[in-house]
Design a protein around this ligand. Structure first.
Ligand code: KDG
Ligand code: MG
Length: 402
């Protein structure tokens, strides 16, 4: 029997920080998992190195479900982003190994394709409305079928989702950047600019918007009603996601579809949202919600309640995560959309993947496993670089949800 011989944790910053797990079996087969938790990278690296790796050595890598249960139930302390990201990395690496041993891409092991490709949305943003409209035009020209639109709020300065460089990268300073916020200004402005996007480009593509947890339920209900004619594909994270009850009130007031879940980590965190049909899209990811094994469990529950998938896919998830996401997206019956932001060149020199993008659709090569290789030597050139996500403060100086 093949056993797990080695499990190594790499922390590197090729363009941004990533934590990567590589498991090697006694037969010399390797598997990769993404363990990146933006701004808290070393906590997951330690959870893996100090607590999980010793438990893995000598185990049968083929027993993915059993290892998942052993790590989850065996910890006694359950759930939470650090635990679930560490378990996710192990799970992804084991699926990668299983695929390589079977000489099949992981999506074949998950039941095979349900679709020919995976529709993605990308991020258009601007410091004002004209620059946002230019950015939307750019993504339309690139062939994207779905675009998220964010812009700075006049009089407030920068806001969530406004890109500074080529890609949106919020974790950009060695101590948290503090950004001003006014709910009143945002609520007055957001419907206007989303309407301007539709006036200029029409309805021939999907338009998305991320509120990034900043409203109360009644404020979110007001926004949802105000943008009904814009026909958003979704209004994302209208309120802080941990209070599942809050979504009931939003739901009672608006037909604007709701997406949430990028910061949620387990099926228990989304159970009421799904079974009470309080949301339309669940945004849990393969990296932060326990890997392929657990994500599929969430998506299967969602399918019973007409909730579709819309996995988080910002650049703080590594190319290993993106590949694993696409394997899942290709197979699940209730796929909705996949978030996608291209990684910078330094990242792609370290992670070589078979993921392709054409006309706003992602696809995979037929490489066995997840189809990603990690170049350890290239990664060594990019040492860990501590970064924090920003903090939002209201105009009176008090802390708001970022
Ligand atoms: O690490 C935090 C980012 O991943 C998050 O701010 C991005 O909200 C986000 C999104 O929808 O991509
Ligand atoms: Mg978001």
């Amino acid at each position: 029997m093949s056993t797990i011989e080695r499990a190594e944790v790499f922390v590197a910053s090729p363009g941004r920080n990533f934590v990567t797990l590589r498991i090697t079996t006694s037969d010399g087969v390797t598997g990769l998992g993404d363990a990146t938790l933006n701004g808290r990278e070393l906590a997951v690296a330690s959870y893996l190195k100090d607590h999980l790796v010793p438990l893995l050595i000598g185990r049968d890598p083929a027993r993915i479900e059993d290892i998942w249960q052993y790590l989850y139930r065996g910890a006694y302390w359950r759930r939470g982003p650090v635990t679930m990201t560490a378990i996710a990395a192990v799970d992804m690496a084991l699926w990668d190994i299983k695929g390589k041993v079977a000489n099949l891409p992981v999506y074949q092991l998950l039941g095979g394709r349900s679709r020919d490709g995976v529709m993605v949305y990308s991020h258009a943003s601007g410091t004002d409305v004209p620059s946002l409209l230019d950015d939307v035009a750019r993504f339309r020209d690139l062939g994207y079928q779905a675009i998220r639109a964010q812009t700075a709020v006049p009089g407030i300065g920068g806001s969530y989702g406004v890109r500074k460089g080529v890609v949106y990268e919020p974790a950009s300073t060695s101590l948290p950047d503090e950004q001003p916020w006014s709910t009143e200004a945002y609520l007055d402005f957001a419907p206007t600019y989303l309407t301007q996007v539709r006036e200029k480009f029409g309805f021939g593509f999907h338009l998305l918007h991320d509120v990034h947890h900043r409203l109360t339920p009644i404020e979110a209900a007001r926004l949802g009603k105000a943008v009904e004619d814009v026909r958003l594909f979704w209004m994302e994270d209208p309120t802080p996601a941990e209070n599942q009850d809050a979504f009931r009130l939003i739901r009672q007031h608006t037909t604007t579809p709701i997406a949430t879940g990028e910061i949620l980590n387990s099926i228990w965190d989304v159970k009421d949202l799904i079974t009470e049909q309080l949301i339309d899209y669940v945004r849990t990811t393969v990296t932060h919600a326990g890997g392929i094994t657990h994500l599929r469990r969430i998506f299967d529950l969602a399918a019973l309640y007409h909730v579709r998938t819309g996995s988080h896919g910002a650049t703080d998830l590594s190319p290993v995560s993106l590949a694993a996401a696409v394997h899942v997206d290709l197979t699940v019956p209730n796929f909705g959309i996949q978030e996608y932001m291209p990684h910078v060149a330094e990242t792609m020199e370290v992670f070589r993947t078979g993921v392709t993008l054409e006309k706003g659709m992602l696809n995979l090569s037929d490489a066995p496993g997840l189809g990603v290789e990690y170049d350890e030597k290239a990664a060594e050139r990019h040492p860990y670089d501590p970064r924090y996500l920003p903090v939002a403060r209201r105009l009176d100086g008090s802390v708001h949800d970022w």
